[in-house]
Write a protein that binds this ligand. Structure first.
Ligand SMILES: [Zn+2]
Ligand SMILES: [Zn+2]
Length: 149
C-alpha cells in the first residue's frame, strides 16, 4: 500500500512535469521554426517629415511581432551663428534642423574676416552720399541762376 502510493506520486510528478515543462516550449519552438510567416506591416505612427515614425510587422500565423522604425525624410538644416567673425577673431556657427531641432556641426569655425567689407562698404556709401550732395548743390546753383536771370 505504501509502495503503491509512492509509485503513484512519482507517476503524478512525472505527468505534471511533462505537462508543465515539456509540451509548451517544444510546441512553441516548433511553431516558430516551422512557420513560413505571413507578415503584414502595420503603421503605429507615420513619419512626420524628418521625424521618424513607428510600425511593426506581425505574422498572422504564429503572431510573431517585430517593432520597427519608419525612416523620415532628410532634415532641413540651417546655419545658426554663435559668434560672428571679426577682422581679428574667428567666429563659431552650428546647424539646426528647422523641423525637429536636431543639431549638427557644433563649433564650426567661421574664418577671420580678412576682407574689410564693412569698411569699404562705408567708404562707397560715403562717396555715394558725397556725389548726392554735390548733385544737390549743382542743382541748387543751376536753379538759382535759372530763376535769377
Ligand atoms: Zn509566423
Ligand atoms: Zn529634422
Amino acid at each position: 500500500m505504501k509502495k503503491t502510493k509512492k509509485l503513484l506520486s512519482a507517476l503524478m510528478a512525472l505527468i505534471l512535469c511533462c505537462m508543465c515543462f515539456m509540451p509548451l516550449p517544444l510546441n512553441a519552438v516548433k511553431a516558430e521554426a516551422s512557420c513560413s510567416h505571413n507578415r503584414s506591416f502595420f503603421v503605429t505612427r507615420p513619419a512626420d517629415g524628418c521625424i521618424p515614425g513607428n510600425g511593426y510587422y506581425e505574422c498572422s500565423v504564429c503572431g510573431e511581432h517585430i517593432e520597427t522604425e519608419i525612416a523620415g525624410s532628410a532634415h532641413t538644416f540651417k546655419w545658426v551663428v554663435d559668434q560672428h567673425a571679426t577682422q581679428f577673431t574667428a567666429g563659431r556657427k552650428h546647424q539646426v534642423c528647422e523641423k525637429c531641432g536636431l543639431v549638427q556641426n557644433m563649433n564650426t569655425k567661421i574664418p577671420v574676416n580678412k576682407q574689410t567689407k564693412g569698411f569699404s562698404d562705408s567708404i562707397s556709401q560715403a562717396i555715394a552720399d558725397f556725389v548726392g550732395v554735390l548733385k544737390y548743390i549743382v542743382e541748387q546753383i543751376r536753379d538759382f541762376f535759372v530763376n535769377t536771370f
